[in-house]
Design a protein. Structure first.
Length: 349
């Protein structure tokens, strides 16, 4: 029996399969050892890098500028300014690099903002100046009954590729309970000059500033109306409530468009995505086809034309407050001399 087992073992050693197994085991062992030697330091490095990155974020410094503090004029920051202590990392969004979406979700942002004085009010809510990490922000508070307007405005602000120098910079939206009363917050960039309406009531403008304001509003409106296609898609948007109270004046005296509670979005096949909010725009700025209810509600281009009509009225408001270097009123003294189609060179004199 012993000799038979020795014979079988000796015969097995001579087989090709046994030789392959004998060679394969050391090779596999060597590969595993190499992976362990190389992988262990790499894993330690990644863990340390992640820990360092989190510490930087907690102190407001990302190292690669993914998160920055709220900036003042002239241009809105491209990233959400909130720290890890106030944000829920389980629901992350895109990097915010032009997409219009914040880098992180903002479920408890309101708790980190110190709200100051009331700086304005509108149809849907009141606007307060707030402070976040030493920087000023604007806090627009909606009552719970205006939830549809708050939701629509948040939806528009989060539209991909909406960010533009002449569109109000958006930071976050949040729901806050104040002594049992639910408040819906929109946190945006703060502009100390206030609305164009208020600014024009306080001071006059020179022809140069007049053109700067008008052109900046035109740029913002053009960006809003333009549809972008490609890797990232931005739908065309019509404001539906363009007026001087919904345009803010930046420190550079350029303007930016705000208040998108009544905006409509161009959907697939050129149909119109209406907000659930049934309210209309301001009557003083309504185009004739809106007032007499002859507008084609299924045509998005019709709503773009209404915005352009409103823009024309804003241009008139700015021109009315335009004076020359001697303080004389330019608009009223020259309007009677204008032809039906005055040249740009004449208007800008």
């Amino acid at each position: 029996m012993h000799s038979y087992a020795s014979f079988v073992f000796s015969d097995t050693q001579k087989s090709p399969l046994f030789k392959q197994v004998t060679i394969g085991v050391p090779v596999a062992s060597a590969i595993i050892i190499v992976l362990i030697i190389v992988g262990t330091p790499l894993l330690i490095y990644l863990l340390r890098h992640r820990k360092t990155r989190i510490e930087r974020l907690r102190h407001g410094d990302s190292g690669d500028h993914e998160i920055s503090k709220v900036q003042r004029d002239p241009s809105p920051p491209m990233y959400s300014p909130y720290s890890l202590d106030t944000l829920d990392l389980d629901d992350t969004c895109t990097s915010g690099s032009g997409s219009g979406e914040p880098l992180l979700s903002q479920r408890t942002v309101a708790r980190s903002i110190r709200v100051g004085e009331n700086v304005g009010s509108g149809r849907f809510g009141q606007v307060f100046v707030g402070e976040f990490q030493g920087d000023l922000v604007a806090v627009k508070k909606f009552a719970s009954r205006d939830e549809k307007s708050w939701f629509r405005e948040s939806e528009v602000y989060n539209t991909v590729l909406l960010r533009h120098d002449n569109i109000l910079g958006f930071f976050a939206s949040d729901v806050y309970s104040n002594n049992g009363i639910t408040e819906l917050w929109l946190i945006t960039q703060y502009h100390s000059n206030g609305s164009l309406f208020d600014y024009l009531n306080r001071t006059s403008v020179t022809p140069k500033i007049m053109m700067r304001m008008v052109i900046s509003i035109c740029k913002g409106l053009t960006h809003l109306h333009t549809e972008f296609t490609g890797t990232s898609v931005k739908p065309a948007i019509a404001h539906r409530d363009i007026k001087s109270k919904n345009v803010l004046v930046k420190n550079s005296l350029e303007c930016c468009i705000a208040d998108f509670g009544l905006a409509v979005i161009k959907g697939p096949s050129s149909n119109v995505n209406f907000p659930t909010n049934p309210k209309q725009g301001t009557k003083r700025y309504m185009a004739p086809e809106v007032l007499n209810e002859t507008i084609n509600m299924s045509s998005f281009d019709c709503f773009k034309r209404v915005d352009v009509y409103d823009f024309g009225l804003i241009m008139w408001e700015v021109c009315k407050r335009c004076g020359n270097k001697n303080g004389e009123w330019w608009a009223w003294s020259n309007i009677s001399k204008c032809t039906l189609n005055p040249s740009i060179s004449y208007v800008c004199v």
